[in-house]
Ligand binder design. Sequence first.
Ligand SMILES: Cc1cc2nc3c(=O)[nH]c(=O)nc-3n(C[C@H](O)[C@H](O)[C@H](O)COP(=O)(O)OP(=O)(O)OC[C@H]3O[C@@H](n4cnc5c(N)ncnc54)[C@H](O)[C@@H]3O)c2cc1C
Length: 228
Amino acid sequence: VTAFVPTERTAVRRHRDRAHYDRDLVYAILDEGFICHAACEVDGTVWMIPTVYARDGDRLLLHGAVANHVLKAAAAGAELTVGVTLVDGLVLARSTFNHSLNYRSVVVFGRATGIEDPEDKAAALARVVNHLLPGRTDDARAPNSTEMASTRVVWLALDEVSAKVRTGGPIDAAEDMDLPVWAGVLPLRPAAGPAQPDGAQPAGVGPAGVVAPAPAYLTQPARWYGGA
Ligand SMILES: Cc1cc2nc3c(=O)[nH]c(=O)nc-3n(C[C@H](O)[C@H](O)[C@H](O)COP(=O)(O)OP(=O)(O)OC[C@H]3O[C@@H](n4cnc5c(N)ncnc54)[C@H](O)[C@@H]3O)c2cc1C
């Protein structure tokens, strides 16, 4: 299946022209982003947490401490709603009312499932880490049994999904077009600064004299800048 089928919940009503259900587009947004906002209702309160995620085929992987409200409820079968947003620019119109943002965003509805099998859980956790920095699990120590036991991992099927994308310049009212106001787009993108070694290993040398040179994924962070 190449496209998601809009449901009552995922049918975009406002600015339908910006709606997308193409699976490749949705997956490209999910793979470029790394922070989601996951929400579910527990005892009359809608709880929401910002958290990292990774996509694994047709599912989304979320992890957190076992006490994490949202993930605990999600693993027990609560309805989950997850949003991922990439901001591409500020859209400056001649009127403040018509200001906007260029963005690509995804909303996912569904019920999650806990991942209990130790091997599946370890693989899911590694996927989340490598989504942030590909190759990081080749270097960093894997979780031990205590760390695994204190971590919850859930997966959410990518079935009921919508994307919304805004591109282009401002849309001003005709009567505003003569105003002496700068109008256009200020593009925005995430930017990594130079990597900062922690105090225990200045210049890449650890306390025990172990040399840990900066990995290539820090100096050539292809994961960032849209893969540039
Ligand atoms: C970075 C960013 C900033 C925004 N700022 C504002 C703002 O300040 N004010 C404002 O009104 N709107 C803003 N939007 C747009 C906002 O996300 C909604 O699309 C819009 O407000 C319409 O809301 P609605 O409840 O009428 O949506 P509806 O069209 O009724 O939503 C129905 C369904 O459409 C889908 N949908 C709606 N919006 C999105 C989306 N953005 N991404 C993926 N699926 C979606 C969902 O499945 C949702 O359940 C912003 C979006 C982004 C990404």
